[in-house]
Write a protein that binds this ligand. Structure first.
Ligand SMILES: [Fe+2]
Ligand SMILES: [Fe+2]
Length: 211
């Protein structure tokens, strides 16, 4: 199967059917919501819609494993070197394992799609537009009914993608802190990096405005 075909409807439908057997019903519906939302965001932000819709569909490909199962999966996929930083947060491993497993099973999948899937649990410094889209779509898809998400939904298309991502991080990290949850070190690094960039952008805009 060529690279073009994995972005076609037949591949999408086949993986959609696979996913229905891999994760529970609510997770399956969440994945469809992320897929649609990612596609719409790609349209709004001038990115490849088909790549975004497939990345959204597949992002939780490995969410059906329990903690022990996902650790074993990481070992089996040869990415156990990542386990140390996920020691107390095995629920975040499903991004990296999904990317590794999908790359092995479907070598035609484009690298940018695999990267977006890999990074969707922790984020990373220097994320691509597709990475940002999948991260945000995961939080704002229509199936999520949490207070604060509507505000993020309203921002789509009105603010730059990176600004929307920072607002999403505020929401996600704020929730983790409120619920006394652990924060992955990569997410802290991501926070520091993007908040510094947002501050620089604001300062540059101020400087422009005062001229
Ligand atoms: Fe996920
Ligand atoms: Fe998700």
């Amino acid at each position: 199967m060529g690279a073009a075909n994995v972005l076609g409807d037949a591949f999408y439908q086949a993986r959609r059917d696979d996913l229905a057997h891999r994760v529970k019903r609510s997770r399956f519906e969440h994945s469809l919501g992320v897929s649609e939302t990612a596609a719409r965001m790609a349209r709004v932000y001038g990115q490849d819609e088909r790549l975004a819709r497939l990345a959204g569909l597949l992002h939780d490909w490995d969410k059906g494993y329990d903690d022990e199962g996902i650790r074993a999966r990481a070992v089996e996929l040869g990415i156990a070197d990542q386990l140390a930083s996920y020691l107390d947060m095995p629920h975040l491993l499903h991004g990296p394992t999904a990317a590794a497993a999908l790359a092995r099973e479907f070598p035609e999948l484009p690298a940018p799609l695999l990267q977006a899937i890999r990074l969707h649990t922790t984020g990373a410094v220097g994320m691509s537009p597709l990475d940002l889209i999948v991260y945000v779509a995961d939080v704002i898809e229509p199936g999520r009914y949490c207070a604060g998400v509507d505000k993020l939904r309203d921002m789509v298309g009105k603010v730059e993608l990176e600004e929307l991502f920072v607002a999403t991080l505020v929401y996600v990290v704020g929730n983790l802190i409120e619920r006394r949850k652990l924060i992955h070190p990569d997410t802290v690094t991501v926070w520091n990096y993007y908040v510094a960039r947002a501050r620089e952008r604001a300062a540059a805009n101020d400087a422009k405005g005062s001229k």
